[in-house]
Design a protein around this ligand. Sequence first.
Ligand code: TXA
Ligand code: MG
Length: 320
Amino acid sequence: MPAIALTAGPDDIAEAARLLRRGELVAFPTETVYGLGGDATDGRAVAAIFAAKGRPRFNPLISHLAEAAAVAELAELDGRAREVAARFWPGPLTLVLPRRSDCPIALLASAGLDTVALRVPAHPVAQALLKAVGRPVAAPSANRSGRISPTTAAHVRAELGDRIAAILDGGACRIGLESTVLDLSGERPILLRPGGLPIETLAAVLGPIDRSQRADAAAPRSPGMLESHYAPLLSLRLEASAPRPGEALLAFGDAAAPGYAETLWLSRSGDLAEAAVNLFAALRALDRPEFSGIAVTPIPEHGLGAAINDRLRRAAAPRG
Ligand code: TXA
Ligand code: MG
């Protein structure tokens, strides 16, 4: 059955909350990307998330909450965690923290780890929904496994429209890149995934942050597979300076780039925030069989550029 199309109005948000409390899956907007939501305290709902995504294994999931205050019931917070939570929540940040022994989040959502990943999103529709549900909502990005994260309700429908109960449409995502995942469960803070909150901003509060050696947070066992996590069907060529026959171009900055079959700009003015917003939709739009591949012009590595380049490198990684 096709997913019910819900709007961001109060009746529809209440309906989405009812579905979630019944153990159904509902996709909903956050300011980063759309999430595939299920009741995080219901192991069967969490299992259904993995099934709907076609995830080859149980990667741990992020649980979403309306308020930072609720986090203390789920995880152990030290001074650093409290500070970062107070400054950056609600927002595009996920914290990996030690699970409390009485944490009601299903163990499956932690994939057997003794930590939980928690996020308080800022999107008003996500906020209203999470308040109405009154429980943590587990939500990976609402795409099939290995595909690009969705930034509109239409993307979600194309990916999962026949596999979930409903899609809550809150318009296009404001940031367009997944949250930054920061592990505060150990002595030193570790960046597990660059994302919507620049690492420089976090480092200004926390001091030095280690970079994870792993290709993807908490799922290091098959690096090759994880590298190509965010993949279009066409091959991607980074740091391109000259066109190859039949290629489409994903461009950044206003330098002329003749010779490509089609060009889409991430940002003509060289604005990284604008580029982040456009990234996944542009990759989708260029992922068409009439092109021989997608070339991408170089993108600076600072601020949101780190997360954009991380996603592009994964999308360009060889696939097994
Ligand atoms: O912006 C986002 O973060 C979106 C929206 C929907 O919130 N969600 C998202 O979820 O991107 P997902 O499942 O696609 O990515 C979750 C990331 C993965 O890299 C996962 O390995 C990591 O968080 N993660 C989750 N729980 C973890 C844990 N306990 N320890 C380490 N890493 C964890
Ligand atoms: Mg994802």
